[in-house]
Design a protein around this ligand. Sequence first.
Ligand code: ATP
Length: 193
Amino acid sequence: MLLRRLKLSGFKSFVEPSELRIEPGLTGIVGPNGCGKSNLLEAIRWVMGENSPKSMRSGGMDDVIFAGTASRPPRNFAEVVLAGLDSEGRELEVVRRIERGSGSAYRVNGRDVRAKDVALTFADAATGAHSPALVSQGKIAQVIAAKPAERRMMLEEAAGIAGLHVRRRDAEGKLRQTEANLARLEDLMAGLD
Ligand code: ATP
């Protein structure tokens, strides 16, 4: 996926609505320690569906919401919008919003969707919260130390086929359910004879 715009509101240190345009070519983010550079990468991961508190450097999911400072009250929600083009050049806008105590909701191109749909959307666009394209601190060492199965998962994400595993699991579940229904139907029909 080609990322074009990132909008944050109430996310970690980005309390005021902030918009970043990601221009073609290499983008560098510079600033003093603690100004929020890593928070930006985390916002990209978060909108892609990241739910691991460790990878978000937080204790619980509500911790991504602006917690307040000595001079500013905390916020009750955080929202991140990621816009860009999918692998076929179509406009894609994904929104994730979290309200304190009520969990997350997602929208893709204005439609309410499930977390799973967002994960599949990004997997098909050969990216996602665990994509090797998002290189955070310590990631290089992690790739070097990865086991063969973990490396294979990274390659599958990069190739855009990670979503196929999810679809296969779903299809297998439906098949099992249908087989159980058929068996039940046969029992019922035998009872009618
Ligand atoms: P470094 O260069 O040291 O790695 P950085 O620019 O990557 O720093 P971040 O780690 O992204 O900075 O930002 C850390 C800042 O974000 C800290 O000041 C921290 O207090 C603030 N922060 C994190 N979560 C929240 C939150 N929920 N509410 C308010 N501020 C937060």
